[in-house]
Design a protein around this ligand. Structure first.
Ligand SMILES: Cc1cc2nc3c(=O)[nH]c(=O)nc-3n(C[C@H](O)[C@H](O)[C@H](O)COP(=O)(O)O)c2cc1C
Length: 190
């Protein structure tokens, strides 16, 4: 299904963002199913993650990761992150800027864990944990136990601002959307 709006008003842009990110959560084939999560470490670092949740009322993007991941160290040092989505077919880029919070061994992580399939859960029982050097490509194992893995993390990104870009032959369109002050929403020269 495609959202039928002409992308001619800032309200249309808000609807477009909400529609596309919600679609990314539920539709595995959506271009918005994955995004590049950028964090600030010794070097700025981006990597692909799966979009696990989008709360359009509170503007929260959710993904899952392992507590040993470099991105967790980065977020602990500095919670400012960006989430970059791009759909080649729709020619729409959505750059979300916000602050990440880590849920581990709390009600939120337990709920997500219980909703996950067994294959996804297995990744969180890897030994040694992600990022450790190993002798050969296959010298790691999975020590699967019952219950939530200690390493499982649910990351919520509270989005403050979105830079939205629509590539169009007749003229590109770009807008900034502000979630804490709608009056600041504005078209931007592309
Ligand atoms: C299609 C795709 C989906 C991925 N999804 C996730 C994910 O949801 N969570 C995650 O932690 N890593 C995911 N990864 C792996 C990350 O891109 C990255 O390699 C890994 O998390 C280590 O990143 P870090 O050391 O910078 O934290 C995915 C990779 C690909 C190619």
């Amino acid at each position: 299904m495609v959202l039928d709006n002409k992308l001619e008003t800032l309200e249309n842009v808000r609807e477009n963002i909400s529609y596309n990110l919600s679609e990314g959560v539920t539709n595995r084939r959506s271009d918005f199913r994955t995004f590049t999560l950028c964090s600030q470490g010794d070097y700025p670092s981006g990597r692909t993650v799966v979009l696990r949740g989008y709360d359009s009322l509170n503007n929260i993007i959710t993904f899952h990761t392992n507590s040993h991941a470099q991105k967790i160290k980065d977020i602990n040092k500095c919670p400012h992150v960006s989430c970059i989505f791009y759909s080649k077919s729709l020619k729409i880029q959505i750059r979300c800027f916000g602050d990440a919070s880590i849920n581990r061994k709390n009600n939120r992580s337990i709920t997500s864990w219980n909703e996950m399939n067994d294959m996804s859960k297995e990744c969180y029982f890897q030994d040694p944990p992600p990022g450790n050097q190993i002798k050969d490509y296959n010298t790691f194992s999975k020590n699967i136990t019952s219950g939530e893995s200690d390493y499982f993390c649910v990351i919520d990104v509270k989005v403050q601002r979105i830079d939205w870009l629509f590539l169009k032959r007749a003229g590109h369109r770009r807008a900034n959307i502000f979630f804490n002050n709608k009056d600041n929403d504005s078209w931007v020269s592309p």
